[in-house]
Design a binder for this molecule. Structure first.
Ligand code: MG
Length: 384
């Protein structure tokens, strides 16, 4: 098979029936978010785009599927898993019998990257072999561990390989091997099931990108490339006699103040919305409804502190804040550094991370007529 030749037809089984508890948390790892979408969705998308048809996805027998998953993949056959991994694979294979595929790839949901080159190498190897698996060399030296925690000896890494998935087989033969497997014995993978029935398994080059997501750190690492988020916020409040003027958490002496349900700190409201926008978590009104009496006259610093806490819970720290106040009066310049210090304190960052700018609208519009103050904010978040 050349690098550009069309791939022969093949079916696929994706095993997503595990409890995945080593990653921490209550949701099985295959249903957790990884780089912006569900870990399992990465595997299904990769297998689908390589042309696999039909596709069986083996899921936990005792749990509900995440909402929307089934409808997102109408062509997938959803199959309940078994007690062990090999039971689950067998269920997946049995579900494909009626389609009579010639070849099948058996893949783990926990390997979200699936380079097309690997699929090509596997299917190419199936032209001459009944089974083929992707492997990688062992680069570390190996020690044999004794029960006493002491090194008992060494192993020869030159003869050992790390085995990945997908594993490719002629369908009839791997189905027969699974049907013949002694259910009481645990198999590490399908190549072991196949080899136990005397099947020959070819080794093809795997790919480091097929890395299996196993531990909580893998999920933490997975967020790392998306290290930057950005959000923007905008707000306006009316200037009115008899009101206090609060901007950036400071009371400013002025002949009018801003009217609103809380202290009407238009600057902190814009920054709060920018933080919420960066983490995609609604807006200030959805977290602190004006209809809720507990926020009447509230200090807006509370809103911003809460937004920063939500960002931290989502794994993000504040990178920088760039605020623009739009008004004819009061003059912002004399208060600028105090405002920066105040915002920095509320958000738990350094003053250098906070910019406060001001502009007028040349006496045009409501800000120009002194009827209100507008504020725009942009906030950058990082996950480091
Ligand atoms: Mg507001």
């Amino acid at each position: 098979m050349t690098d550009t030749a069309p791939l022969p037809s093949f079916a696929a089984v994706i095993v997503a029936a595990g409890k995945g508890l080593r990653t921490g948390g209550e949701t099985p790892k295959q249903f957790r978010q990884w780089h912006g979408k569900m870990l399992l969705a990465h595997s299904i998308d990769a297998i689908t785009s390589s042309g696999a048809d039909p596709i069986a996805v083996v899921i936990p027998a005792d749990g509900a599927l995440p909402e929307g998953l089934e409808s997102a993949y109408p062509k997938v056959t959803w199959v309940p898993g078994g007690e062990t991994r090999q039971d689950s694979v067998r269920n997946g294979l049995e579900a494909l019998v009626c389609a009579s595929p010639v070849r099948v790839l058996i893949h783990d949901a926990a390997r979200p990257h699936l380079p097309q080159d690997v699929i090509r190498r596997l299917l190419s190897a199936l032209e001459q072999n009944v089974g083929a698996i992707p492997v990688l060399p062992v680069v570390d030296s190996l020690a044999v561990a004794g029960q006493d925690g002491l090194m008992q000896g060494k192993a020869e890494r030159e003869t050992l390989r790390r085995v990945q998935t997908p594993q490719a087989f002629r369908f009839a033969e791997i189905l027969a091997a699974h049907r013949a497997w002694d259910g009481a014995t645990e198999a590490g993978d399908d190549a072991q099931v196949f080899a136990a029935q005397g099947g020959q398994v070819a080794l093809v080059d795997g790919d480091e990108r097929l890395h299996k997501i196993t531990f909580a750190e893998d999920f933490a690492d997975a967020m790392a490339p998306a290290a930057f988020r950005i959000g923007q916020g905008f707000d306006v409040h009316r200037l009115q006699e008899g009101e206090e003027l609060w901007l950036c958490g400071l009371q400013i002496a002025h002949d009018k103040g801003l009217a609103g349900h809380s202290d009407a700190d238009v600057a902190l409201h814009a920054i709060t919305d920018a933080v919420l926008g960066a983490i995609g978590d609604g807006d200030i009104g959805s977290h602190f409804p004006p209809s809720d009496p507990q926020w009447s006259g509230a200090r807006s610093a509370k809103f911003l502190e809460h937004a920063v806490k939500l960002a931290a819970e989502a794994g993000f720290a504040i990178g920088n804040i760039d605020l623009t106040l739009i008004c004819e009066a009061p003059k912002i310049g004399p208060h600028r550094d105090a405002m920066r210090a105040s915002v920095a304190e509320i958000m738990g960052v350094e003053i250098a991370q906070v910019s406060v700018k001001a502009t007028t609208t040349e006496k045009l519009g409501f800000t120009g007529r002194g009827e209100g103050i507008a504020a725009q904010a942009i906030v950058g978040l990082t996950n480091v």
